[in-house]
Each structure stands twice: as C-alpha cells, then as structure tokens.
Design a protein around this ligand. Structure first.
Ligand code: ADP
Ligand code: ADP
Length: 224
C-alpha cells in the first residue's frame, strides 16, 4: 500500500537547515498495523505528515497503492487524503463549536456524501465507538477518552483504507488508552491499515511490526 524510498525532508529557516528525514525508506503492506517509535525530534511526526499527504517531500519516491504521489500538488493530495486516509491525533483535534454528531459528519460533507447516507454512517460509527448517548454533546463536555473515541469515529466514518495515529493515547490514562488501542485493533482486524506513532512500549505491542527511528532514519524493525 505504501512504498517510500529514499525520502528526504529538510526544514529551512533563515539561518538553519534541519534534516528531518534522511534517506528513509519504508514499506507498509495493506492490512498491516505498524508502530513507529523513537526519541523526540527524530522525525516521527514529519514522517506521518508525509505519509498522510499533509506535507510535501524533498527527494525520493512515494508510491501510494502503486501511484507515484511524491510530486502531487496540494489539490491532488487533499483529494487523495479525504477519501483514503483517516487521522487520529494526540490532542483529539475536534471542533469545539460542533457537537459530537456534527464533528463525525464533517468528513462526509467534505466528500459530498448525500444526507440520508450520512445519517446512517454517522450513527453506525457512533454505535461502534459507544458514544451514541453523547451525540448532542460538545467535545468540552466529554472526558479525554470519550473525545478520542469521537476522533476515531471521525477518522473512520469515510471508511478509509489507512489510519494514521500520532500518539493516540498520549493524553489518556491507561484505562482509556487501552480502550482506544482496542478500538484500533478491531479496525485493523477488519482490514484497515494502521500506522501509529507512539512513545509507549505497551501500545507498540498491539502492532504487527515496530519501526524504530533515530535522527531521521530507520534504525531497526522488529516483528511484534
Ligand atoms: P518527532 O515527531 O519524532 O518528535 P518531528 O518530526 O516533529 O520529530 O521533528 C523532526 C525534526 O524536524 C526536529 O529536529 C524538529 O525540530 C524539526 N522540525 C519539525 N517540524 C519543523 C518545522 N515546521 N520547521 C522547522 N523544523 C521542524
Ligand atoms: P511530537 O512529539 O508529537 O512530534 P513535537 O513537539 O515534536 O510533537 O511537534 C509537534 C508539531 O510541531 C510537529 O508536527 C511539527 O510540525 C511542529 N514542530 C516541531 N518542531 C518544530 C520546530 N523546530 N519548528 C517549527 N515547528 C516544529
């Protein structure tokens, strides 16, 4: 599904140039659950942003389902992203002014899914993450664990083939964290490919494979 070869990514400011990713190659097969680990600043978020087509790359090749996307412009990236990729972040990133229901419905509005179908799909995922009873509440009225379950619902409502999660349990206690990991595991077992950045050795045990990074490179891969 994902085949990245010799990826280079630099960040330039006036004086300094930071090499965020240096000649990095990764392959992820459809249906895999991969954890990405490594010290702060090693390039994990940068990698996830590039895999998720949120950011462009300097050099190298990126085949997404066999299509070269490395040189895609923002418009084409956004199109691919909306239909194929769901994102889960450490800080939930829900819209505070919208209800749970409206937050989850949003990706379907962006992809122009008709209203009747939207209702069906939103209710289905809210049931799945067991948050239906809070559908008319606002994010700030929910616990962290509940907010992350809503974020997972929003990530999967468009039925993406790929979920990218950046420290999804980072702001959760262990009970809520385990519930979110359980949810990701169920989605993976149903066929969704998952790439998850984590600092947690415990969470990495849910993955099929752990990729360890240092200074913008992959230094080790272990099978989980
Ligand atoms: P990690 O997610 O592993 O903590 P990041 O991908 O956030 O690492 O960062 C990798 C490197 O790139 C770090 O040295 C970081 O300071 C730098 N970096 C990340 N984003 C930017 C940016 N927008 N501008 C400049 N440097 C950045
Ligand atoms: P994380 O541990 O989740 O990677 P970071 O604090 O490293 O958190 O980075 C959060 C975001 O801030 C990154 O996605 C990146 O875009 C941005 N960032 C990180 N380092 C820098 C930097 N040196 N300059 C500008 N932006 C940065």
């Amino acid at each position: 599904m994902i085949k990245i070869t010799d990826l280079q990514k630099l960040y330039r400011t006036e004086e300094v140039e930071t090499v965020a990713l240096n000649n990095l190659s990764i392959h992820v097969k459809s249906g895999e659950f991969v954890a990405v680990m490594g010290p702060s600043g090693c390039g994990k978020s940068t990698l996830l942003n590039i895999v998720g087509l949120l950011d462009d790359m300097e050099g190298g090749s990126y085949l997404f389902n066999g299509v070269e996307v490395a040189r895609f412009n923002e418009k084409k990236r956004s199109q691919l992203r909306k239909h194929n990729i769901g994102f889960v972040f450490q800080s939930f990133n829900l819209i505070d002014e919208l209800t749970v229901y409206e937050n989850v419905e949003l990706p379907l509005i962006y992809t122009k899914v008709p209203a009747s179908e939207r209702k069906k799909r939103v209710e289905e995922v809210l049931e799945k993450v067991q948050i239906m009873h809070r559908r008319n509440h606002f994010p700030q009225q929910l616990s962290g664990g509940q907010q992350q379950r809503v974020a997972v619902a929003r990530a999967v409502v468009n039925r993406p083939k790929l979920i990218l999660a950046d420290e999804p349990t980072g702001n959760l206690d262990s009970k809520n964290g385990n519930e979110v990991m359980q949810l990701l595991t169920e989605l993976n077992e149903a066929g969704t490919t998952i790439i998850m950045v984590t600092h947690s050795e415990h969470d990495s045990q849910y993955a099929d494979r752990v990729i360890r990074m240092l200074d913008g490179q992959v230094i080790m891969e272990t099978v989980g």
